[in-house]
Each structure stands twice: as structure tokens, then as C-alpha cells.
Design a protein around this ligand. Structure first.
Ligand code: ADP
Ligand code: MG
Length: 298
């Protein structure tokens, strides 16, 4: 719940947008921003983003979860918030509050009763809406804003990286097999191109224990994400097992607990979340000490 960690020099260099006082004023109330990205869809971004935001809120941090997956918003379902609508106040639009610590915003809250409606927008429209999510929505002061993105390196990740140049960095989620890793390398290059620091890589769906015989199986392989992180010289944040009960919990809108007292998957999630916070802390310390990890990386 500390003060915003900023590296003024790199933020200045990274600014692609024209100066916008309203945007800057709103972003000035957000201490830390974490973007969750991936090369491919279906690798667990929304699962990680949602559990990260929940864990932060449960630790007492004022947390926002912004779902910018405009074509496939999953956050309302995972949090059991489907069908909820945004309210409008005199000050602007209000995100949906899961509880007093977690505010959530998703295009899913704007779809009205037809949750299966397709949103058909070109890039400039998406950029405009994402900008409005930051400027017209009353987030209030936040310790953390977690951003759940669509897969790849298209309009939405580019917009958010440009709109929040002082973001702490990206968490990149992948599965272990080579066909996914090839796209992660592109995702890493994307982050480097837009000067978005990389907090680390999460290897999801990394093996599982057969519920019948206990044998360890690895349908998508194991260890590929970790090896790729080493090759690309980016931090590795840990592995999450494939766990049908995690999938069922997300489908039911009842996310699992993450942390040392949780089950095996919750413990693994807890370690990943600790790793993300450790990275943010060490970057903030480096920035306060005068060296800037973001500029070192480019
Ligand atoms: N570790 C895991 N074990 C089992 N199912 C998972 C795991 N991680 C994600 N899933 C499931 O995989 C599907 C895709 O995950 P999701 O987080 O929506 O991916 P993305 O946001 O990258 O498209 C969802 O049904 C989710 O519940
Ligand atoms: Mg998703």
C-alpha cells in the first residue's frame, strides 16, 4: 500500500501518447500496474490475473482488475459476476465491487442481457474504450491494478502499454509445449519493443498427478517455459499444475484460495504471486536507488 513506484526517466521516454492531464491524474492514483499477457489463448491468463487480483485484495491491498479482453472477457465468469452491470455516479462510471478491496471492470459488464453478443470493433475503437476504462471510470486510489489481456501482441496490449507507460511490468503466461513457447518469444519481444518490463514467465498446465493412480503425467510437457525464460533472460515465476478442480472452480465462479495454507495448486499459485510481488519490490528498490531495471532491459 506504499507510494507509487515510478521510474520517471523511463516513463518519460516511453510515453507514446500525447500528454493527457485527465489520464495522468487518474493513473497517478494507481501505485502499481501489472499486465498479464500471453502468446496464445487458453493458456491461463485470466485464471492467473483473477487469482492474483484476489490474493492482493485478500492481503489488504486496494486492488482493481481490468479485463481488456474485449472479444472474450472471462473475468466476470471466473469471479461469479456474470450479469452484473456498471453503475453510473456523478463522478463517472463505477467498476463492479466484488468486495470493499476488489473493484472489477470488464467489457462483459457493458454487454447487457445478451452475454453472448459479439463485440466487432477495429483497433481505434478498442483503444478508445480502453482509454475510457482508465479515464471515465472511478477506480479511486488503488495499490494494484491487474490487467487481463487477450492473447498475442495486438491492439489491446499495445493500447494498454501505451496508456500506462509507468506500469510495473508484464507477467507472461504460457503452457510448456514448443508451439506455445514460439509465441511467448514474440510476446517478450513485444514487451521489449514497447519498453514494458517483464516481471516474469509463468508455466501453466505443467504436468498433473493422475487422480486415479497418482502417476505424474505431462500432456503438454514440463519445463519448457522455464527453459525458454532462461534462454530469453527473463525471470521465471514458477509452474502451475494442470488441475481439473481449478478449471471447475473457474467455471463455477468460485476461484480457489492461493497461499501456503491452500491445496497443492493454491500453494503453487501463492508462490507465483509471491514471485511477482518480489520482482515488483526489487524493481522499485532499484529505481529508488537510481538504477532502472526497465531501461537496463532494453
Ligand atoms: N492449471 C490449470 N488447470 C486446469 N485448468 C486450467 C488451468 N489454468 C487454466 N485452466 C482452464 O483453462 C481454460 C483457459 O484458461 P483462461 O485463464 O481462460 O485462459 P486465457 O485467459 O489465457 O485464454 C479455462 O477453462 C481455465 O479454467
Ligand atoms: Mg482470458
Amino acid at each position: 500500500m506504499g507510494e507509487p513506484s515510478r521510474c520517471a526517466a523511463s516513463a518519460e521516454e516511453k510515453r507514446h501518447e500525447p500528454e493527457d492531464a485527465d489520464l495522468r491524474a487518474r493513473l497517478g492514483l494507481i501505485a502499481h500496474t501489472i499486465m498479464v499477457l500471453s502468446g496464445k489463448g487458453g493458456v491461463g491468463k485470466s485464471t492467473v490475473a483473477t487469482h492474483l487480483a484476489l490474493a492482493l485484495a485478500r492481503q489488504g491491498h486496494r486492488t482493481g482488475l481490468l479485463d481488456i479482453d474485449i472479444h472474450g472477457p472471462s473475468v466476470p465468469k471466473i469471479l461469479g459476476l456474470e450479469g452484473r452491470q456498471m453503475q453510473v455516479s456523478d463522478a463517472g462510471m463505477l467498476p463492479v465491487s466484488l468486495d470493499e478491496r476488489l473493484k472489477v471492470l470488464s467489457i462483459g459488464f457493458l454487454l447487457g442481457p445478451d452475454q453472448d453478443a459479439a463485440v466487432i470493433w477495429r483497433g481505434p475503437m478498442k483503444h478508445k474504450v480502453i482509454r475510457e476504462f482508465l479515464t471515465q471510470v472511478v477506480w479511486g486510489p488503488l495499490d494494484y491494478l491487474v490487467v487481463d489481456s487477450p492473447p498475442g501482441t495486438g491492439d489491446e496490449p499495445l493500447s494498454i502499454a501505451q496508456l500506462i507507460p509507468e506500469a510495473d511490468g508484464a507477467v507472461i503466461v504460457t503452457t510448456p509445449q514448443e508451439v506455445a513457447l514460439a509465441d511467448v518469444r514474440k510476446c517478450i519481444r513485444f514487451c521489449q519493443a514497447v519498453r514494458l518490463p517483464i516481471l516474469g514467465v509463468v508455466e501453466n498446465m505443467s504436468g498433473f498427478a493422475c487422480p486415479r493412480c497418482g502417476e505424474r503425467l505431462a500432456p503438454f510437457g514440463e519445463g519448457g517455459g522455464e527453459r525458454m525464460a532462461q534462454e530469453m533472460s527473463v525471470p521465471f515465476l514458477g509452474r502451475l499444475p494442470m488441475d481439473p478442480s481449478l478449471m471447475a472452480a473457474c467455471d463455477a465462479g468460485t476461484p480457489i484460495d492461493a497461499g501456503p495454507d491452500a491445496g497443492a495448486t493454491g500453494q503453487a499459485l501463492g508462490r507465483v504471486i509471491e514471485g511477482i510481488l518480489r520482482e515488483i519490490g526489487s524493481r522499485a528498490a532499484a529505481a529508488a536507488g537510481g538504477s532502472c531495471p526497465a531501461s537496463e532491459r532494453s
